[in-house]
Design a protein around this ligand. Structure first.
Ligand code: ADP
Ligand code: ZN
Length: 759
C-alpha cells in the first residue's frame, strides 16, 4: 500500500545549527531490540508532531524512507548532532496511543526482549493505522466575520441560496449536503469560498454509522452466598481504587461469569470501563449476548472483524462511549480512557500468549496495566495455570474460591475407560463398547452428546509397513494427515498438500496404510453406529466459513443436532443444559507430548470437557477413553481434584526447576542449511555458557538441541533454553551477549520469554 503523507515539508536544508536549537523526535522502528533514534524535527512539524504518531524518515544509506513511531520529543539525547537526519513527513494527524499506553508498550518490549517499535506495530490494529471505514469529507461553514456582519455586494441568487441554507441549518454542512439543500452545484460554494465568505475544512468521518443490533435486556440474578462473598472482596478493592490481582478459582458452572458481571456493574456505576478477555473460541454469540443483555454499550473485538469495524470500536472506546470491552488477547490494548477493572476468563488458556513477536502473555500485560492504572485484575478459571496458582500461594495474587456449582448441581461423575481391554477399539474403532452403550442410553433419554477428539482430518498417520516409517511433509518434520473429503495428504504445520502417496516416498514400496483416527473418521464412525441421528462436526476444517461456528452451535442448542463432535473448539465455555454425556475419545494424545505442561494440559482438558455436562437437573456424565488410566492427571481429573493435582504437579516442577519456579527464555535458531544453523546455535550456546560459568551467574543453559519439530516450512530449527529464578538476570544476559550475536546469512533467531509452545 502506498503511504499517504498528509504534510509534505519543504526540502531539507542542511545548515549548521546550534545544538540548543535542535529539536528532536525519538523514533523507534519495527525492528528487534532498538533503542530510540534521534531525528531532527523541521520547524513546520513542531506544532503538530506528538509522541504516539508515525512519521516517515530516511534510514540507513541512501534516501530510502521508512516508518517510525515517535516515542518522545526534546533535545538530542547525544552530543553528536552533525549526522542527525530529519523527519521527512508526518503520517498521523493524532497520536495512535496515549502516553500511558506508549509507556506500557515499552514495558512489553523490555519484558519480552523485543523491539519497542515491533510492539507498537503489533498492538495498534491495522484498521486504526489506515483509518479504515472513514473518509475525508469537506465540511463547509460560514465565516462569521464575513457574513452577515459585512454583507458583500453582488451575490448571485444561487450564492444567496447557499448562505440561506447554511444559516438555516445552524451548523456546518457537508459539501454534497449543502449543494442539495441549496439546489445548486458546487460552483457557487467554491465562489463563496474564494471570496472568504465560506470556510471549508476537511474532516474525517465514519462511513458506516450503524451500531450493533439491540439485545433484550436481562435483570441480574440473585447471587448465592459463595458468589456474594467473592463479589464483596472484589468490590472492596474496586472502592479502594487499588490494584489487587485476584485469582478466582471456581469449578465449571460455579457462576464466575455472573460475579464478573456484578463487579463490572460496580465499575460502570463509577463511569469507568472494564476490559474482559476471553479465549478467541469462547467469543460465541452466547457469551456476547450475555454481556450485551446486561450492559448498555458493549464493544466486542475479535479476529473476524473488518478493519473498518475495528477502527470504529477503537474510536468509540477511546471516546469513553463503551462500558465493557469483550475481546480476545489483544483487547488488553483497548484505549479505555478510565479503566476500572480487567477480567481474564479461562486464565489457563494458551491463546492468551501470542505466538509471534511480540510474544507477550496477556495475563502479564494485564497485570502491569492494572498496576499502572490502579485497578483490580480478576483471573478466573476452574483449572488455573500452575503459574497463577503458585502466585496465589505466595500471596502475590489473592485467592477467591467458588467450590460448588450454582443451584447445588453436583459435578458430573467421570468414568475412566481402559481402551487396552476393549476388543472393539483393538479392532480399529474409536468408540469403545462402554462409550457406545452410554451414547445409546443418552440418546434414548432424549439427551445430547459431546464427543471430543484432539486430532483433525481422517487419518493422522500414513505409515509404510515395509520400512516402518510414517510419511512426513516435504517441508516439515511433521507427519501428514489424510483428509478424505478432498483426498489429500496435508501437513498441519505448513498446509502443504499432495495427493496421498501410493508408495512410500522413502522406500518406494506400495501398501501405505492409513492409521489413527481424526475427527473426520470419528464422524464417519458415529454416522455408521447411529444412523439417522443428526450429528455435527466442529473443527477448523469444517468451520472455515465465517459464521459457520455460530450456526452449528445454534442448531445444537435448539436440539436439531443431537451429537456434537470436534476438537478443542468445543472443549470450553459451552453451556447446554441438555448435554447429558461427554465422551473423550483419546485422552492420551495430549498426555504423551514431549512438553513440560503435558500433564497440566491433560488435566485441564478433562476438567473443561467435563464442565460441558451436568449443567441442569437432568445431570450428566463423562467417559474418558485412555490406554493410561493410572496416569495422575487422568486420575485427579476424574475425581475433580484440582488441589490434589496441583500439589503433586508443583512438587514435580519444583524438583525439576521448571516454571513456575524458574523462568525460561527459549531461543530458536532457524535456517535453510542444517549444518550452518547447527553451527550457529552451538557458537551462541558456547558464548552464553561461558558467560554463565565465568561470572558464576545463577542461570542454566539447556541444550542446544534440534527443536521437537526439527524442520518447519523448509527451515531447520534448533533451540536452547536459558533458565533462572531471576528473570532480570536472563534479560541482561541476553541483551548483552545474545542480541548482539552475529548470525550467518539467512539464519534467523527468535526469542521467547516464558514459552508455552515448545514445538
Ligand atoms: P462459570 O462462569 O463459573 O462457568 P456461569 O457464570 O456461566 O459459571 O454460570 C453457570 C450457569 O449458572 C449460567 O447459566 C448462569 O446463568 C447460572 N447462574 C450463575 N449464577 C447464578 C445464580 N446466582 N442463580 C441462578 N443461576 C445462576
Ligand atoms: Zn509442512
Amino acid at each position: 500500500m502506498k503511504q499517504q503523507h498528509l504534510f509534505e515539508p519543504d526540502p531539507p536544508e542542511w545548515e549548521l545549527v546550534d545544538r540548543d536549537d535542535i529539536w528532536c523526535a525519538q523514533l523507534v522502528f519495527n525492528r528487534p531490540l532498538d533503542t530510540p533514534f534521534d531525528y531532527i524535527v523541521p520547524e513546520e512539524f513542531r506544532p503538530r508532531l506528538k509522541p504516539g504518531m508515525r512519521v516517515r524518515v530516511p534510514f540507513g544509506r541512501g534516501d530510502h524512507l521508512i516508518t517510525g513511531y515517535c516515542v518522545g520529543l526534546g533535545k538530542p539525547t547525544s552530543p553528536h548532532t552533525a549526522r542527525l537526519k530529519r523527519v521527512a513527513a508526518l503520517i498521523d494527524q493524532h497520536p495512535l496511543l496515549t502516553p500511558a499506553m506508549l509507556d506500557l508498550t515499552r514495558w512489553i518490549a523490555d519484558r519480552y526482549l523485543c523491539g519497542w517499535g515491533q510492539v507498537l506495530e503489533a498492538v495498534v490494529p491495522a484498521g486504526v493505522k489506515n483509518r479504515a471505514g472513514t473518509r475525508n469529507q469537506v465540511v463547509v461553514r460560514i465565516n462569521p466575520e464575513a457574513w452577515p456582519a459585512n454583507p458583500p455586494p453582488e451575490l448571485t441568487d444561487k450564492q444567496t441560496a447557499v448562505l440561506q441554507a447554511l444559516s438555516a441549518a445552524g451548523r456546518p454542512l457537508d459539501l454534497g449536503q449543502l449543494a442539495r439543500l441549496a439546489r445548486c452545484g458546487t460552483a457557487p460554494i467554491t465562489a463563496l469560498r474564494r471570496r472568504g465568505i465560506l470556510l471549508a475544512e476537511t474532516e474525517r468521518t465514519e462511513v458506516d454509522q450503524s451500531g450493533d443490533a439491540p439485545v433484550e435486556r436481562q435483570a441480574d440474578l440473585d447471587l448465592n452466598v459463595e458468589q456474594q462473598r467473592v463479589l464483596h472482596e472484589i468490590v472492596q478493592a474496586l472502592r479502594a481504587r487499588i490494584c489487587v490481582p485476584f485469582l478466582v478459582h471456581g469449578v465449571t458452572g460455579s457462576g464466575k461469569t455472573e460475579v464478573y458481571i456484578r463487579a463490572i456493574r460496580e465499575v460502570v456505576s463509577y463511569g469507568r470501563q472494564a476490559i474482559v478477555l476471553v479465549p478467541e473460541i469462547s467469543l460465541t454469540p452466547q457469551t456476547i449476548r450475555r454481556f450485551r443483555s446486561r450492559f448498555d454499550s458493549v464493544a466486542v473485538l475479535h479476529s473476524h472483524q473488518t478493519d473498518a469495524e475495528r477502527h470504529r470500536h477503537w474510536l468509540q472506546i477511546a471516546a469513553g462511549r463503551v462500558q465493557v470491552v469483550v475481546g480476545a488477547r489483544s483487547a488488553i490494548f483497548a484505549p479505555t480512557p478510565h479503566l476500572g477493572l480487567i477480567v481474564i476468563d479461562e486464565e489457563h488458556e494458551h491463546s492468551f500468549k501470542q505466538d509471534t513477536v511480540p510474544r507477550y502473555h496477556a495475563r502479564e500485560v494485564a497485570l502491569e496495566r492494572a498496576r499502572r492504572e490502579s485497578v483490580p485484575l480478576l483471573l478466573g478459571s476452574a483449572t488455573p495455570t500452575l503459574e497463577a496458582w503458585q502466585r496465589a500461594q505466595t500471596g502475590e495474587f489473592r485467592l477467591l474460591t467458588l467450590q460448588r456449582r450454582v443451584a447445588g448441581l453436583p459435578m458430573p461423575p467421570v468414568l475412566v475407560v481402559d481402551t487396552r481391554e476393549d476388543p472393539v477399539i483393538r479392532g480399529g474403532a474409536s468408540i469403545g463398547r462402554a462409550l457406545k452403550n452410554a451414547m445409546q442410553q443418552a440418546l434414548a433419554d432424549q439427551g445430547q452428546i459431546i464427543l471430543f477428539l484432539n486430532l483433525r482430518g481422517f487419518s493422522p498417520v500414513l505409515w509404510c509397513p515395509a520400512c516402518g516409517q510414517s510419511i512426513k511433509c516435504p517441508n516439515c518434520d511433521v507427519s501428514v494427515t489424510w483428509h478424505r473429503e478432498q483426498n489429500v495428504a496435508r501437513c498441519h504445520s505448513c498446509d502443504f498438500e499432495s495427493p496421498p502417496p501410493r508408495s512410500c516416498p522413502a522406500c518406494q514400496r506400495e501398501g501405505v496404510r492409513y492409521l489413527g483416527t481424526g475427527t473426520q473418521r470419528l464422524e464417519a464412525e458415529v454416522k455408521a453406529k447411529f444412523p439417522g441421528v443428526a450429528c455435527v462436526r466442529m473443527d477448523s476444517d469444517s468451520m472455515r466459513r465465517p459464521g459457520s461456528h455460530d450456526t452449528a452451535l445454534e442448531a445444537f442448542r435448539k436440539g436439531e443436532t443431537r451429537i456434537l463432535l470436534g476438537t478443542q473448539m468445543i472443549s470450553k465455555g459451552l453451556d447446554f443444559p441438555n448435554v447429558t454425556l461427554v465422551g473423550v475419545i483419546d485422552a492420551d494424545t495430549l498426555l504423551h507430548q514431549p512438553d513440560l505442561r503435558a500433564g497440566e494440559r491433560t488435566f485441564q482438558l478433562i476438567a473443561q470437557v467435563a464442565g460441558r455436562t451436568g449443567r441442569s437437573a437432568r445431570g450428566g456424565r463423562v467417559l474418558v477413553q485412555t490406554s493410561s488410566p493410572a496416569e495422575p492427571p487422568i486420575v485427579f481429573a476424574s475425581r475433580h481434584d484440582y488441589l490434589g493435582f496441583v500439589r503433586r504437579e508443583l512438587a514435580q516442577r519444583q524438583q525439576m526447576l521448571y516454571p513456575p519456579f524458574e523462568t525460561l527464555v527459549r531461543v530458536i535458531v532457524r535456517g535453510p542449511d542444517d549444518a550452518v544453523t547447527a553451527a550457529a546455535i552451538h557458537e551462541l550456546a558456547t558464548l552464553l555458557r561461558t558467560q554463565i560459568e565465568s561470572r558464576k551467574l545463577g542461570a542454566r543453559l539447556l541444550g542446544p538441541a534440534p527443536a521437537p519439530v526439527a524442520r518447519l516450512n523448509t527451515l531447520f530449527r534448533y533451540h536452547l533454553q536459558l533458565a533462572s529464578a531471576d528473570l532480570e538476570l536472563l534479560k541482561q544476559l541476553w541483551r548483552t551477549h545474545g542480541a548482539t550475536f552475529k548470525l550467518p546469512p539467512h539464519v534467523e533467531i527468535a526469542v521467547d520469554v516464558d514459552p508455552i509452545n515448545l514445538r
